[in-house]
Design a protein around this ligand. Structure first.
Ligand code: SAH
Ligand code: SF4
Length: 387
């Protein structure tokens, strides 16, 4: 008879590895390591890929066109698991926010914003962020680590599970979902983290998101938002071809140095030069410039005029974001009247509807409010428990 220690050792087979986020080539290598012949690997990869990313299947046993023995082998070594849901909040307006727990216990957030004809999923690229933009709550946390490609793609898989965005699937809650056939039509890298500081993993993840035989979100509908890691911008454009958003937030270096401190390293002029040279720009493919409205800081009419002047020769969209407050934030949101005045200057220069409508406010789902709020809430829950 086995004693307890032996029993534990005997059951201690290596944990199953996730296949989410694994590239075609690596998947082929893994299948060959299981004994699949080289000449069959391509076909098997494409079958597995279809089940995983087109149908959302998580159970190898259900993949009926794959040989039974191989299905059993796959189930023994691998899984298609999603991140664990810690909390799921659904706003009155249908916006959803998930706090997700990764395998090592770290937590990230993902937000889904439905509109009548489209649905945008806002995903995280890092746990926390190394940068310290003074208006951003994520910036007050230390970076814990980069997300893997699997953890980045996993956010989309989980969201598609919950909102029933697989063929024949039903949503857990249909409130606010768009009329479009696909419920997630757009993906934005605007959650926690600076995507260009996790370049390779984010790029590899986006390749799967954009893959026509995979998640099939066109590159035109994927937007990577950066605070301005200038040397990586051209490489991102060449290697991924997604849309680009720039967190500009100020039109003078002196102020941008304070709001987005990475500006000290790569000032506005260098940033805009990289933008001008972003591959494939046209009137149909414009860069989005994000501009958070901070009362008395960056919201004057003179600032608006300078913004329009700075962007004059770049195919651009301007996105004015009302500042989303968080506890202890050193800023306030501009008054609505002032936002309107600012927007009018921008409008007159030919930019359409530049103000971003805040969504999911009741669940703190807005930009720059991610993760910390839930940490705070959980800390207070712990306090209650310990009293
Ligand atoms: N790190 C990347 C992407 C994540 S932040 C970046 O900075 O671009 C996504 C957007 O939310 C950025 O434009 C960011 O500046 C903005 N943001 C951060 N905190 C905010 C807040 N409290 N209110 C409004 N927008 C905020
Ligand atoms: Fe990081 Fe972006 Fe927040 Fe700046 S705005 S701290 S880059 S997540």
């Amino acid at each position: 008879m086995l004693d307890q220690a032996q029993e534990i050792a005997a059951s201690n087979k290596p944990p199953a590895q996730s296949l989410i986020g694994v590239s075609h080539a690596d998947l082929a290598a893994k299948l060959q390591a299981l004994g699949v012949l080289e000449r069959q690997a391509r076909m098997r990869v494409s079958q597995l890929w279809g089940w995983t990313y087109v149908r959302g299947q998580t159970d190898f046993a259900a993949m009926t066109d794959i040989a039974k023995e191989l299905r059993a082998e796959l189930a023994q070594h691998f899984n298609l698991a999603r991140p664990e849901i810690v909390t799921e909040q659904i706003s009155e307006d249908g916006t959803r926010k998930w706090l997700l727990r990764l395998e090592d216990g770290k937590e990230i957030e993902t937000v889904y914003i439905p509109e009548s004809d489209r649905g945008t999923l806002c995903i995280s690229s890092q746990v926390g962020c190394t940068l310290t933009c003074s208006f951003c709550h994520t910036g007050t946390q230390k970076l814990v680590r980069n997300l893997t490609a699997g953890e980045i793609v996993g956010q989309i898989m989980l969201a598609r599970d919950r909102i029933g965005d697989w063929p024949g699937a039903v949503p857990n809650d249909a409130r606010g979902l768009p009329d479009s056939e696909r419920k997630i039509t757009n993906v934005v890298l605007m959650g926690m983290g600076e995507p260009l500081y996790n370049f390779d993993n984010v790029r590899d993840a986006m390749a799967i998101v954009a893959d026509g035989e995979g998640l099939s979100v066109s590159k035109r509908r994927i937007t990577m938002s950066t605070s301005g890691i200038v040397p990586e911008i051209p490489r991102w454009g060449e290697e991924t071809g997604t849309m680009l958003a720039i967190s500009l937030h100020a039109v003078r270096d002196q102020l941008r140095d304070q709001l987005v401190p990475i500006n000290k390293k790569w000032p506005i002029k260098d940033l805009l030069n990289a933008c001008r040279n972003y591959p494939g720009l046209s009137n149909a493919k414009r860069i989005t410039f994000e501009y958070v409205m901070l009362k008395g800081i960056n919201d004057s009419v003179a600032d608006a005029k300078e913004l329009v002047r700075l962007l004059a020769k770049i195919p651009a969209k301007i996105n004015l974001i009302p500042f989303n407050p968080w506890p202890g934030a050193p800023f306030e949101c501009s008054d609505w009247e002032q936002i309107e005045k600012f927007a009018e200057v921008v409008n007159r220069a030919g930019y359409a509807s530049p103000v971003r409508n805040p969504r999911g406010r009741d669940i703190m789902a807005a930009c720059g409010q991610l993760k910390s709020a839930s940490l705070k809430q959980r800390a207070s829950e712990r306090l209650v428990i310990s009293v």
